[in-house]
Write a protein that binds this ligand. Structure first.
Ligand SMILES: Nc1ncnc2c1ncn2[C@@H]1O[C@H](COP(=O)(O)OP(=O)(O)O)[C@@H](O)[C@H]1O
Ligand SMILES: [Mg+2]
Length: 180
C-alpha cells in the first residue's frame, strides 16, 4: 500500500536502463497491488512535450512539464515514476522542490557501456553527426550529487536495482514493507 504519494525520479544517460528498471518496478508494484503512473521521457516527448527539441531551454521545459504533472499526482497521494534523462542538475533541483516527496534514482552506467548497448541506435547517429546535442556525446550530463538511490546497471541485475529502489521507498515511509 502507498502510505503517501511519491515520485521516483530516474536520471541517467540514454541506454543506462531507466525504462527497463521502470518496467520491472511496475511489475513489482502490480504484484504488491500498488498502482503507479509512469511518465517516460520518450513517451512524454510524443504528447505533452511534442515539438520540443534538445536545446537546454527545451530540455528544461520538458523536465518542468514532467515535474508539474508529477507534483499534481504526488500531492494527490499517487505513486509516480518519471524516467527521462534529465541531464541538468539545476532543473532536477527544481523538480525536487516542486514535488517534495521526491526519490531521485541515479541510473549510473559508463558512457562506453551505454554506447555499446546502443539500444536505439542513437549513439551511432550522434557519433556520425546525424543527431546533434546528444547527451554524453556533445551535450553534458551532470551527475546527481545526493540521489536517494544509485543503481549501477553495468554491475547489477535489473532485479537488484529494482529491489534497492523498493527498499528505499519502504525506508522513506512511502510504501508498506512487503509482508514477505
Ligand atoms: N542491469 C541492467 N539494468 C537495466 N538495463 C540493463 C541492465 N543490464 C542490461 N540492460 C539493458 O540496457 C538497456 C537499457 O535500455 P533502456 O532501459 O531503454 O535505457 P534508458 O531508458 O535509460 O534509455 C536495455 O537493453 C536493457 O536490457
Ligand atoms: Mg528510456
Amino acid at each position: 500500500m502507498i502510505k503517501k504519494g511519491f515520485t521516483i525520479w530516474f536520471t541517467g544517460l540514454s541506454g543506462a536502463g531507466k525504462t527497463t528498471i521502470s518496467d520491472r518496478l511496475v511489475e513489482v508494484f502490480t504484484e504488491r497491488k500498488i498502482h503507479v503512473e509512469v511518465l517516460d521521457g520518450d513517451v512524454v516527448r510524443t504528447n505533452l512535450s511534442k515539438g520540443l527539441g534538445f536545446s537546454k531551454e527545451d530540455r528544461d521545459t520538458n523536465i518542468k512539464r514532467i515535474a508539474f504533472v508529477c507534483k499534481l499526482l504526488t500531492r494527490n497521494g499517487a505513486g509516480v515514476i518519471a524516467a527521462a534523462i534529465s541531464p541538468y542538475r539545476e532543473v532536477r533541483a527544481h523538480a525536487r522542490t516542486e514535488i517534495k516527496n521526491f526519490v531521485e534514482v541515479y541510473v549510473k552506467c559508463p558512457l562506453e557501456v551505454c554506447e555499446g548497448r546502443d539500444v536505439k541506435g542513437l549513439y551511432a547517429k550522434a557519433r556520425a553527426g546525424e543527431i546533434k546535442q546528444f547527451t554524453g556525446i556533445d551535450d553534458p550530463y551532470e551527475e546527481p550529487l545526493n540521489a536517494e538511490v544509485v543503481v549501477e546497471t553495468d554491475k547489477e541485475t535489473v532485479d537488484e536495482s529494482a529491489s534497492k529502489i523498493i527498499a528505499a521507498l519502504e525506508e522513506l515511509g512511502y510504501i508498506e514493507p512487503s509482508a514477505a
